[in-house]
Design a protein around this ligand. Structure first.
Ligand code: FAD
Length: 393
C-alpha cells in the first residue's frame, strides 16, 4: 500500500488542514446562496484552489510550505489537498475560482502557446472561474456520442449545441467545450472558449445538494471559434486530441473526486463522534466499521493516485475506488442520520447538508454504472482482482 505521508505530503496536508478550518459555516452560507463565495475570496482555501495545476512560475505567490513548492501536477498531492478541503466543506471547495478540470485538459492537450495564454490568464489577480463542458442533455454519460457540432466557417468554425450539468459555467470567464468536428471518436475536439463570445449562454440549474458547484445548462448558438482555440489542433494528430483529453482529464480527476468523497465521509463520522461521545455497543461498532471502510478507501485511493503519478493509468482501479467512495459517502450520511436520531436531518444543518451533498458524487465524473463497466473490463482481463497488481494499484 502506498504511504503518502512523506515529509512533503505531510507538510501540504498540515497546511491545507489549517486552511479548511471554518469552511463548514461558510459552506452552509453558500448552500443557501451559492453566489456567497464572492464574499470569501480572500481565504487561504480559495488561494489554494485558484493556483491548483498552474505552474508556479506563472503565479505571484505559488503555494509554498516548509520549503516545498506545490503546483498540484502530482495527482497524489492534488488528491490530499482536495480531501482536506472537502473535510472542511466539499461544496465550498467546488465553488472556488480556478482551473479545476479545465486546467488538466489544457495541460494535457494544449500547445505551448495555448498553455501559456491560459496560465497567464488564470494567474491574474482577479478570480477566474472556469468550466469543463462535456455532458449533454441528450447523451449524458455517453461522451463519445456527443452532438455539439463544430462546423467550418471561413478560416474558422462555428460551435452549436447544448451542454448540461456543467459546474460553474454560468459564472465562468472561460472553459473547455467538447464538440464534434467530424463523425466518430476521432472527430471530437476540445475548444477553449470565452464565455463572452456572442452565442454563448449559460444559466444555473437548481439543485438539492452540492449547490456550491452551481451546475449550469449551456447553449451554444453558432459561436465563432478560431483554429487556435482548438486544443492541440496545430500540433497533435486527431487521435491524440479531443476525446483523449476528456478521458485523460477524467482519469486524472477521479482520484481527486474520490478525495472529495473521503473528506466528506471523514467529516460526517467525526461529527457523529463529537455529537455522541458516549455511543456504545452496536452503535459504536457500526461507527468504527464505517471508519475502517473509509480508511481502506482512502489508502486505496492514495495508491491509485500514486500510480497515476508514476504513469500507470489503471482505469479499472480508478473506477473501482471512485464507485466505492461514492457509495460510502451515501452510507456514512445514512449511518449518521440513524446514530444521531430521527430528527437529526431536520435539526442538524451540517448533517442535512452532507446528506444532500453526498448524493452528487455518484454522478460526478461518471456514474456508478459507468464505473462498474470499467471494473468489469478489469475483471475480464484479470487485472482488477490481481493482488500483485493491486499492491501497485
Ligand atoms: C455536482 C455535479 C457536477 C457536475 N459537473 C460537471 C461538469 O463540470 N462538467 C460536465 O460535463 N458534467 C458535469 N456533471 C454531469 C455528470 O458528469 C453527469 O451527471 C454524468 O455524466 C451522468 O450523465 P446524466 O446525468 O445525463 O445521466 P445519464 O448518462 O443519462 O445516466 C442516467 C443513468 O443511466 C445509467 N447509464 C447511462 N449509460 C449507461 C450504460 N451505457 N450502461 C449502464 N448504465 C448506463 C447511468 O449510470 C445513470 O444511472 C456534473 C454532475 C453533478 C451531479
Amino acid at each position: 500500500m502506498a504511504e503518502p505521508d512523506t515529509p512533503r505530503v505531510a507538510a501540504l496536508r498540515g497546511h491545507v488542514r489549517q486552511a479548511a478550518v471554518g469552511l463548514r459555516e461558510i459552506g452552509l452560507e453558500i448552500d443557501r446562496d451559492p453566489t456567497a463565495i464572492d464574499r470569501w475570496l480572500d481565504l487561504p482555501a480559495v488561494h489554494i484552489m485558484s493556483g491548483c495545476t498552474i505552474p508556479p512560475e506563472y503565479l505571484e505567490s505559488p503555494l509554498r510550505v516548509d520549503g516545498h513548492t506545490y503546483d498540484m501536477s502530482s495527482c497524489l498531492e492534488h488528491t490530499v489537498t482536495i480531501e482536506e478541503l472537502s473535510y472542511g466543506d466539499a461544496s465550498f471547495m467546488l465553488a472556488c475560482p480556478g482551473p479545476i478540470m479545465s486546467g488538466v485538459t489544457v495541460g494535457a492537450l494544449g500547445d505551448d502557446r495555448q498553455r501559456d495564454a491560459y496560465y497567464r490568464r488564470m494567474a491574474a489577480p482577479e478570480p477566474v472561474w472556469t468550466f469543463f463542458g462535456l455532458t449533454e442533455p441528450g447523451k449524458g454519460s455517453a461522451a463519445t456520442e456527443l452532438e455539439t457540432v463544430l462546423e467550418p466557417d471561413g478560416d474558422g468554425f462555428r460551435l452549436t449545441g447544448e451542454k448540461r450539468y456543467v459546474g460553474n459555467a454560468a459564472f465562468a470567464e472561460l472553459g473547455v467545450v467538447f464538440c464534434r468536428r467530424a463523425p466518430g471518436p476521432l472527430g471530437i475536439e476540445a475548444v477553449l472558449l470565452d464565455t463572452d463570445t456572442p452565442g454563448f449562454h449559460a444559466e444555473v440549474i437548481p439543485t438539492v445538494g452540492m449547490r456550491g458547484v452551481r451546475i449550469s445548462a449551456i447553449t451554444l448558438d453558432h459561436v465563432r471559434v478560431e483554429r487556435e482555440q482548438i486544443l492541440g489542433f496545430e500540433t497533435r494528430k486527431p487521435s491524440r486530441r479531443g476525446l483523449i483529453g476528456a478521458i485523460q482529464t477524467l482519469q486524472r480527476f477521479r482520484p481527486v473526486l474520490t478525495g472529495t468523497a473521503v473528506g466528506l465521509c471523514r467529516a460526517v463520522l467525526d461529527h457523529v463522534r463529537a455529537q455522541r461521545p458516549a455511543l456504545h455497543g452496536a452503535a459504536r461498532r457500526r461507527l468504527a466499521e464505517a471508519q475502517d471502510r473509509v480508511e481502506a478507501v482512502r489508502q486505496h485511493n492514495y495508491a491509485v493516485a500514486s500510480a497515476v503519478d508514476a504513469g500507470r493509468i489503471r482505469a479499472d482501479r480508478i473506477a473501482g475506488v471512485k464507485t466505492r467512495a461514492a457509495e460510502l459517502a451515501e452510507r456514512c450520511t445514512l449511518l449518521a442520520a440513524e446514530l444521531l436520531g430521527p430528527a437529526a436531518l431536520l435539526e442538524d444543518p451540517l448533517l442535512d447538508k452532507w446528506y444532500r451533498d453526498a448524493r452528487a458524487i455518484e454522478f460526478m465524473e461518471g456514474t456508478g454504472h459507468i464505473q462498474r463497466l470499467a471494473v468489469f473490463q478489469g475483471v475480464l482481463k484479470g487485472t482488477f482482482l490481481d493482488r500483485a497488481a493491486a499492491a501497485g494499484a
